[in-house]
Design a protein around this ligand. Structure first.
Ligand SMILES: Nc1ncnc2c1ncn2[C@@H]1O[C@H](COP(=O)(O)OP(=O)(O)OP(=O)(O)O)[C@@H](O)[C@H]1O
Ligand SMILES: [Mg+2]
Length: 248
């Protein structure tokens, strides 16, 4: 469903490329975890897929369409199918939880409606359903600052479900949570992967979480793929390649 070919990105002024020729194919229904030390290119890779980062060369094909060639409305539609969650929740602090979730429908709404936050009864119903799926039923009237970190990440996940995504991209979705909450959020993502048929691509810093939840692990170092395999194959030699001691 996703075919990445010879993808390169070199940020201006940086000595090394962030992505140095990435070739990767992801099938529908995979749960893929990307590991790599800081600066390996994990975020750049994830963000290149929906063009939050503009790659220099190479292609990203999504269900046969070259995302790297899209503009305007076409790009917006593809972005709608690829939801994204981040390390720090990016909820709108002045709006209640339900409205924050409904924001996920922006990608399918005419621009004027989203500018006015003119949601429909159907949006509200879907948002309530999404909150139920993340275990936050009844919390729609709360404001983000009344929630814990884990609950806020659940709201961000509910917002992404509102997009009816086929692909969920997570850039270190549990990095700012405590270990217990991290496991709870990974359990939730794993559950949604199974029940909603979501294809997941997650950057993680935690090798143990990657082993436990990743069905396929990609190791990045210096903008290149240095490991691609199941968690059982992630042995010491592989970890040495992914986390080279002399990289910094
Ligand atoms: N906007 C930017 N401008 C310039 N250089 C950047 C930018 N974003 C990332 N880089 C550089 O590109 C390289 C890869 O960064 P990236 O953020 O993709 O790594 P990462 O694996 O996500 O790291 P971390 O684990 O710290 O999040 C790094 O050398 C980084 O300094
Ligand atoms: Mg990063």
């Amino acid at each position: 469903m996703l075919r990445i070919t010879a993808l390169k990105k070199h940020y201006a002024g940086e000595p090394q490329p962030a992505l140095d020729g990435i070739d990767l194919q992801v099938e529908s229904g995979e749960m893929l975890v990307i590991l790599g030390r800081s600066g390996a290119g994990k975020s750049t890779l994830i963000r290149s897929l929906n063009r939050l980062v503009e790659p220099d060369s190479g292609t990203v094909e999504w269900k046969g369409t070259a995302v790297t060639g899209l503009r305007g409305e076409q790009l917006r539609l593809v972005r709608g199918r690829m939801a994204m969650i981040f390390q720090n929740d990016d909820l709108l602090p002045k709006l209640d939880v339900l409205t924050n979730v409904m924001v996920g429908a922006f990608t399918e709404m005419p621009r004027w409606r989203s500018l006015l936050f003119a949601f429909t009864a159907e949006h509200r119903k879907r948002a309530e359903e999404a909150l139920r799926k993340v275990g936050l039923q009844g919390k729609g009237r709360k404001r983000p600052d009344e929630l814990s970190g884990g609950q806020k990440q659940r709201v961000a996940i509910a917002r992404s479900l509102m997009q009816k995504p086929e692909l969920l991209l997570g850039d270190e979705p549990v990095a700012s949570l405590d270990p217990v909450t991290s496991v709870q959020i990974m359990e939730l993502l794993s559950h949604l992967h199974r029940t909603e048929g979501l294809t997941l691509l997650l950057n993680l810093h935690d090798v143990e979480l990657a082993r436990r939840y990743g069905k396929r692990i990609i190791g990045l170092a210096g903008g290149r793929i240095v490991f691609d395999g199941p968690p059982e194959s992630l042995d010491d030699a592989a970890l040495q390649r992914i986390y080279p001691p002399d990289a910094e």
